[in-house]
Design a protein around this ligand. Structure first.
Ligand code: 5GP
Ligand code: ZN
Length: 111
């Protein structure tokens, strides 16, 4: 399977990772939409939130527990977590990822 985030998660090039555990890793978005724009991904291929299964829930637990550690490490007190799910919601990479956006005031509602 050809998946850019599986390639990243394989860890061949970790130099810009800001955080990792055994189950997930976090790195800057290549096209940032805010001063802080990180992507947090599981190290296994899960296509989207819609594809979550009981047997991969431990990856999600680990990702959620990682979020406050990541934001604390970066000194970000306010941030937004986004999981675009499906084409109409703007999901362009079919490997589950959470956007962590911060470092500026964020408008609501999003477009
Ligand atoms: P989506 O549109 O699926 O919600 O988010 C995918 C995100 O992945 C986009 O914000 C896009 O800029 C980012 N992205 C796509 N390819 C790469 C890549 O090769 N490296 C990094 N760091 N980010 C990527
Ligand atoms: Zn993948």
């Amino acid at each position: 399977m050809n998946c850019i985030f599986c390639d990243i998660a394989s860890g061949e090039d970790k130099k810009n990772w800001v955080f990792e555990t055994e189950k997930c890793c976090c790195f800057p978005d290549i096209d940032p939409k805010a001063p802080v724009h990180l992507l947090l991904i599981p190290k296994i291929h899960i296509s989207s939130l819609q594809d979550l299964k009981k047997n991969n829930i431990e990856f999600i637990n680990d990702m959620f527990l990682s979020i406050p550690k990541i934001t604390e490490k970066l000194g970000i007190k306010s941030y937004r977590l986004v999981a675009n799910t499906g084409k109409d919601a703007g999901q362009s990479v079919m490997h589950l990822h959470f956007h962590i956006l911060g470092g500026r005031e964020l408008g609501w509602p999003p477009g």
